[in-house]
Design a protein around this ligand. Sequence first.
Ligand SMILES: *Cc1c(COP(=O)(O)O)cnc(C)c1O
Length: 465
Amino acid sequence: MPAITNHMPTAELQALDAAHHMHPFTNNDELAAKGARVITRAKGVYLTDSEGVEILDGMAGLWCVNIGYGREELADVASRQMRELPYYNTFFQTTHVPAIALAAKIAEKAPGDLNHVFFASGGSEANDTNIRMVRAYWQAKGKPGKSIIISRKNAYHGTSMGSASLGGMSAMHAQGGMPIPDIHHINQPYWWGEGGDTAPEDFGLARAQELEAAILQYGEDKVAAFIAEPIQGAGGVIVPPATYWPEIQRICDKYEILLIADEVICGFGRTGNWFGSETMGIRPDIMTIAKGLSSGYQPIGGSIVTDEVAAVLDSIEFNHGYTYSGHPVAAAVALENIRIMEEEGIVEHVRDVIAPYLAEKWTALADHPLVGDTSIVGMMGSLALTPDKAARAKFASEAGTIGYICRERCFANNLVMRHVGDRMIISPPLVMTPGEADILIERATRALDETYARVKDEGLLKAAS
Ligand SMILES: *Cc1c(COP(=O)(O)O)cnc(C)c1O
């Protein structure tokens, strides 16, 4: 077989891809029929495909390329680290400089006394660690009965058996015996979609109090932890009402339930602070991190725990770990990513410059006839598409039909914007400039116009009854 390179015709690359490559979260037959878009290069906030077309990446890859594409420093650090020490483990009383330095740096950046890091290769693995960690923690404290973890419907915590069980995606649970035992889900704080006639503040309180009801139902002595994303990402960038998080914190404190904040998306600047927990005013016992930790340049994640949690776990042998926990190349790249973020003031850029600029334009999209709700915190935003704004109505068509059309129109206008059902979501690189934000909004508006025209044409502008 000849070498497969960037220079092959797109159709040949697509045919080989269809023949041998199974895509995640994809109907591969349908994809094979149309051919996957082949991305060959990227720089800043732009991707280039195999036809030479430049596409604005409104999703920062998969919510991860926070410092943008093409940073030579990260390539240099990776190559230096590969030459010096490409791999060593941290299992058997050994360690190495990249893992030491990254753990210390993360402890410095994380709020409060979140000072200890257990490494993984991504968010799913880190959340699997968390399941085992909170159960081992309560065992070590003489309360082995505390094993239930409460999560939320429509949460996303990864795709391994443990992390997908923590997640609240019913389509995932339906394929393969999930959730695993002792994981339960309460409702999400999604006011626009589920709040009905209740005021947002009351709805936020009510949804938080479902946690208290669940703890009382299962028994305080049975519940180990509650896990949630500060702002739901893959569920549709759902920003809870302001009353929600303070009430959750109160309940976790009252019943001594460990609070796990899944910061895989919110962490490392996305919400305008280093961590989403700071933006939402919560004090987690454990944070899950991945994605923006390395800006996606290397696969790495982890769990950050408080002094107290670490003290308990340090008193036992925790029988857990991954071959690539603290992988030296990934750790070195993550450390360099954080160094760049600090040196260039990227979190401040989000907070003071680009997020306020983007928010103003994003919120104005509410004037579009198809847009019912605009949410944005830092550099993560969403639009709810609706046939009837006043009623906050869903479409009569199957959920996701209109969102999919809109996503295709975005792609046709050289913008990557994803859909979750009929919500459109963005999570652009944090280094975006105001000029680039203008282009994003311009393309999004064109895509919305084209979607609206097509939805009207095809008689799809109907509300579900
Ligand atoms: C992406 C994501 C994960 C899973 O991370 P992987 O690296 O894909 O395993 C977990 N939690 C949240 C909130 C995520 O967005």
